[in-house]
Design a protein around this ligand. Structure first.
Ligand SMILES: [Zn+2]
Length: 375
């Protein structure tokens, strides 16, 4: 099992303070709410709170934290102008759940001007508002940045779909006595091509188990609903994996569609859950045509995050090979290959067409034939 990133698994949960009566309360935007929980559970170790201005500067310009650790996506908290003007450094800003009570506070160590355009452009490489995260930064973040350590109260109840936190995953890995753990990132129901990557990885002599970690927190319109992806994965694991070789959990964060930078960030998160290996297929964490599909492979050569990157080229069913294979080993051409994008599958589902078993296992496909599967 891997050590946490930066050496120590962060835990920012504290006993509840007595009921707060003042007016320094903010209901965070959903991205910040989900991030606050992940920071506190240790999924973003070594972060203990939201990034300071000099962290952000270092991340967007050098892809690292000021201490030299590679880090590619700034974890930002912005407030309303009214709250920001009231806050003084040293104050506690209390945090309210989107539909509920106060769940913790942020000790304000710094107030700063958050430059939306600069951050969006440097992290995502574009200011095109059709990019979901760029759109969020430009329209749902404010210019009023606040940084400091987090203190969350006890156990957080949220719509977690049976999510495991880093400590729980580490405990399972320990019980199973796994040394090599490969993390698999997904945000779509599994194709047979994905299953092939997972099983090829499990064949590796230094991999004892697979950690399938599905981003469900906040996706974009047209993505599958979280319960659909989760059910589809459960079907795959029950019917086609050895369950004792797999740990499965949703990951409740806002998906960062940042191509290579997001891939590196998502890998670091998985190291905090104990993973030693990280599986990277084609166009991981991409959206539209914003990123080179193999840029996510290359970024792992540039930055050492203490994990082994398992890089896979495109996988598909080949009629001549008569099985699932990949660009790396199949000698045949595109005419023999059944390459079907997620977009095409979504179109087939909308038209109520049956998805062939060469693309998606029938037990998995069944889940997708429902009426209410897309966001
Ligand atoms: Zn072939």
């Amino acid at each position: 099992m891997n050590t946490p990133y930066g050496g120590k698994l962060i835990n920012r949960f504290v006993a509840k303070k007595e009921e707060y009566q003042g007016d320094l309360i903010e209901t965070p935007f959903i991205d910040f709410y989900l991030d606050s929980i992940k920071i506190s559970e240790g999924a973003y170790s070594p972060l203990e709170g939201f990034n300071y201005a000099n962290d952000i500067d270092s991340i967007i310009n050098q892809n690292m934290l000021p201490n030299g650790l590679p880090w590619t996506i700034p974890i930002v908290f912005t407030t309303s102008e009214i709250i920001w003007k009231k806050l003084k450094e040293g104050d506690d800003l209390f945090l309210r759940k989107p539909n509920g009570g106060i769940y913790g506070y942020l000790n304000v160590e710094e107030k700063y001007f958050f430059d939306k355009k600069d951050v969006a452009l440097k992290v995502y490489g574009t200011l095109d508002e059709s990019h979901p995260n760029v759109n969020d930064i430009l329209h749902n973040y404010t210019n009023y940045g606040v940084a400091g350590k987090l203190y969350l109260f006890g156990e957080i109840e949220h719509e977690n779909f049976g999510e495991l936190n880093p400590t729980e995953v580490r405990n399972i890995i320990k019980e199973r006595n796994w040394k090599g753990i490969a993390a698999y990132q997904a945000r779509n129901p599994p194709h047979v091509a994905h299953e092939y990557l997972q099983k090829t990885t499990l064949e590796m002599p230094d991999v004892d188990g697979l950690f399938i970690h599905i981003v469900v927190g906040r996706l974009k319109k047209g993505d599958y609903k979280p319960n659909v992806i989760i059910e589809a994965y459960k079907r795959l694991i029950e019917n086609y994996h050895k369950p004792e070789k797999v740990i499965f959990s949703p990951l409740n964060i806002t998906m960062r569609y940042g191509g290579p930078k997001a891939a590196l960030f998502l890998a670091i998160i998985r190291r905090n859950y104990g993973a030693t290996h990280y599986i990277i297929g084609r166009d991981q964490a991409g959206v539209g045509k914003f990123y080179d599909p193999y840029a996510a492979h290359q970024i792992f050569d540039k930055f050492d995050i203490g994990m082994k990157a398992l890089k896979f080229t495109e996988t598909f069913f080949c009629r001549k090979c008569n099985g699932i294979t990949s660009d790396k080993v199949c000698p045949h051409g595109n005419d023999d290959r059944l390459i079907i994008s997620q977009t095409k599958i979504r179109d087939m589902l909308i038209k109520k067409e049956k998805i062939p078993a060469e693309i998606i296992r029938p037990e998995v496909a069944e889940v997708l034939y429902g009426d209410d599967v897309l966001l």
